[in-house]
Design a protein around this ligand. Sequence first.
Ligand SMILES: [Zn+2]
Ligand SMILES: [Zn+2]
Length: 462
Amino acid sequence: MGSLAAQWPPSDARRTGNAEMIDFLNTAPPPSSVSVDPQTELDKSDSRCGAFRTIAIQYAPGQPDPWIQRKLAVFICFGLGVWSFYVVVGRVCTPMIQRRSSTGYSRGIGAGTLVIFVVLWLMFGWSYLKMIMTGPGFAKQHVPSTITPSLFSPPSVDLVPYSTFTQNPGDGVQPSHRHDIGSDALGPDPSEFAPVRNVVADLLQRTISNQPSSSATLPVRSQAEGKKRADWRTIERPVPQIEVGPRWCRFCKINKPDRTHHCRHCGTCILQFDHHCLWIGQCVGWANHKFFIIFNFWAMTFTLFLLIFLCVVTANASTVDGQVIGLLAVSALFALFTSMMLFTHIHLILTGRSTVESFKGRDQHEQESAILQREFGLIGHYSDKRKVLARWKEEWGGSQVDARWRFGSKVAMWRQEMGLSWAGWIFPIGRPLGDGLHFDSNPRFGPNGEWLKRKDWPKGVV
Ligand SMILES: [Zn+2]
Ligand SMILES: [Zn+2]
């Protein structure tokens, strides 16, 4: 790992570009000193005492959540796994094999389903164990700690994601050191459902922008603000500003590599942070994202099998078993959850984004919708809205704002995350490519992550 550490930070100490969700969250004003030790801060407060003070320390910025809180769901998953084995083997299949099942199914059906169940249960258990035992990649193990940067400029552009609606590439690029400041800057905290929600919002956005025009039936003046409707040719696209300089984490005291974020639950910086997963008790990041995909695949297969099998058994049984019904309900819940996670994360991999990075696309959509609504009103003028969106798409060549790390073909991006061997795509073996610190950058972005118009793309890029 020494060689990796030697490569970081870059010699010119410039931020190599990255303006992701965490950059949008630094909403608190900068303190006089960014080197705040949570323990010291708590020592200042004499009003706290006893248990409250202990809790305050445990939840202090930069500290991981209590171990039992982080791992509780893991024990629940283990319990559900053992319970599913008991119900299916002990209460469903064994009676079939002993020819005393109320379903009337034969010994052969009982033995066959038992074998399928045990194989799927073992695959589910193996992939889950691999998932919880493989760390996401901790930046502190790869990046040397550095002293508090002396340069600091207030994070003016952090107050809102898009402080200006126009930006020429290169303009607005301010040399500064970036800090995670204040409670909002402990790190992004996307929920498990965040990527699913983003995909749905994306689809809704496209549906709305494809609505048939009704402008002929509406007045020319914007109903929203009562002003003259803008010319669609003059409306500028909102573009996020970019800052230059290392992103320094005050908790880990390191310059964060690209795509690294500080997890507020684990209390440390995670390489290619995706999200903190309750069900595995740790983060999903660079080193274990592939196992997350594989686990979701086997969990989905396992729970779908349970769902179908137990539905058939219940429909044909003359007596109702409460535990079978209970397992049926739990299986349905987890089948839905894991299938949504699986397909959403495959989509994210093929578009070169992590969960937290996909927020940038969502924010862009919101900003663009706000502009169109401001100029044309919430309802109507769909023709003009479509013309504006088409013009923006033309100017940016269809490049997405959150495609900073989309590089190469879909197959290449899949291999980057899942490894080269197809066996490692199905079974929880192997490792991702690369080192989690350096990533190929989309040439449609500038060296600091500026989202470039098509005219500014390097020669040969289409
Ligand atoms: Zn950190
Ligand atoms: Zn975490």
